[in-house]
Design a protein around this ligand. Structure first.
Ligand SMILES: Nc1ncnc2c1ncn2[C@@H]1O[C@H](COP(=O)(O)OP(=O)(O)OP(=O)(O)O)[C@@H](O)[C@H]1O
Ligand code: SF4
Ligand SMILES: [Mg+2]
Length: 374
């Protein structure tokens, strides 16, 4: 994770922090629509897809979690929302529409830098290693404010201190410190502060709490939720930890092999997972109470770019429900109840249910007609 914009060296935040040019009241949470997104990385085996046609709608005002095993494409998707995939990667197809911005994949140069500044706050994975070692945090904060047109540095510092203090740090001391004077967990909180301090409306946090102990993690998650609500944000949180997702998110997208395989309200997805991969993920969570032996690791390993099958379902090697069609046809996402699921077995079961329900309705209508005639 890094808090530095990959293109400009500045941090992607908004130019109108509270108390400066406009505050939270001016903001509207943006929706995001990702369509058929393909991202490839150049490898010795040629260009291979890390995202294989991802479509995902992020509802305005929600906290959406992205979960999945290592290598499933979570960070690549998060970077794509900023059009910030770096070589050897490139976005080769698709669109990312953000309300108020349009298709960010069509933006470049200064437009893109401005768009990032005005709309998007971002904490990259491993942010604890990304601060400039030669400048204090406070100096970096002021540089950040200047590069995004913030004209009241005092208000900026006040907001930064307040955010740091809410996350359990001595705000004034942290702003006076250099990177080497802060622990990994403190730097991670500085990264979160920098993503929030400029009051961007869309905030993307990639594994924001990995270096933190349980108590600090809980505090940070509470603050993320509070700030999200207070400022009316749309928040995307990447995490490999379903417990974190359950605690913080409203909606959950599950990724596997560069696809979103299930997406819906968090409580639905975790409480009654539909996709065989989501079911395996949930079963693999160790329980703190009850039968601890119940937690069962998913068999097999997640695919790498080199082992990802070119056709059919990417999960089939590990799937207990695998059928012939799964070998050759990639399952499209279908709407099942309040969520989308990409699985032939789930789609087939839904289709059977629809047919059964239609049969019941027809039968009821027939009985009704006969009763009317009698
Ligand atoms: N710079 C790169 N060069 C080549 N392949 C890459 C590069 N960055 C990512 N990949 C590959 O793209 C795929 C998706 O990676 P990504 O980092 O998006 O996954 P992730 O879900 O964020 O994983 P993690 O949980 O480990 O952070 C992986 O197979 C990864 O090896
Ligand atoms: S499409 Fe087939 S292989 Fe893939 S998850 Fe569904 S049943 Fe399993
Ligand atoms: Mg990642």
């Amino acid at each position: 994770m890094t808090t530095t914009s990959p293109e400009t060296g500045g941090h992607p935040g908004a130019p109108s922090p509270p108390g400066l040019a406009g505050g939270p009241g001016d903001m509207t949470a943006p929706g995001v629509r990702v369509r058929d997104l393909v991202v490839v990385y150049r490898t010795p085996l040629g260009e291979l897809p890390a995202l294989g046609g991802v479509s995902l709608t992020i509802e305005p005002g929600t906290i959406t979690g992205i979960v999945g095993e290592s290598g499933s494409g979570k960070s690549t998707l998060a970077l794509s929302l900023l059009n910030a995939v770096q070589p050897p990667g490139r976005i080769s197809a698709g669109s990312v529409e953000i309300d108020g911005l349009g298709n960010v994949l069509e933006l470049g140069g200064d437009d893109l830098r401005q768009a990032r500044g005005r709309h998007l706050g971002y904490v990259f994975q491993a942010a604890q290693n990304s601060l400039n070692p030669l400048k204090t945090v406070g100096k970096q904060l002021l540089d950040l404010g200047r590069s995004h047109g913030a004209d009241d540095p005092r208000a900026l510092v006040r907001d930064a201190r307040s955010l740091l203090e809410r996350m359990g740090l001595d705000g004034a001391r942290v702003l006076d410190s250099h990177q080497h004077q802060l622990s990994g967990g403190m730097r991670q909180r500085v990264g979160i502060m920098l993503a929030l301090v400029l009051n961007a409306q869309l905030v993307i946090l990639d594994e924001p709490t990995t270096a933190l102990d349980m108590i600090t993690q809980a505090t940070i998650l509470r603050i993320v939720r509070e700030v999200h609500k207070e400022r009316g944000l749309t928040t995307l949180m990447v995490t490999h930890d379903i417990g974190v997702a359950a605690e913080v998110t409203d909606r959950l997208a599950v990724m596997y092999g560069g696809r979103v395989v299930e997406h819906g309200p968090t409580m639905d997805v975790i409480g009654a997972p539909s996709h065989p991969y989501t079911q395996g993920l949930i079963r693999a969570i160790p329980r703190l109470s009850g039968d601890t032996a119940e937690a069962r690791a998913l068999p097999g390993r997640p695919p790498t770019l080199g082992t990802l099958p070119a056709g059919g379902c990417v999960f089939r090697e590990r799937c207990p429900l695998r059928m012939d069609v799964c070998e050759t046809v990639e399952p499209p996402p279908v709407l099942v109840d309040r969520r989308t699921v990409a699985c032939h077995a789930v789609a087939g079961a839904r289709q059977e249910r629809v047919v059964r329900e239609e049969r019941v309705v027809r039968e009821q209508e027939r009985v009704g007609r006969e009763e009317e005639r009698a």
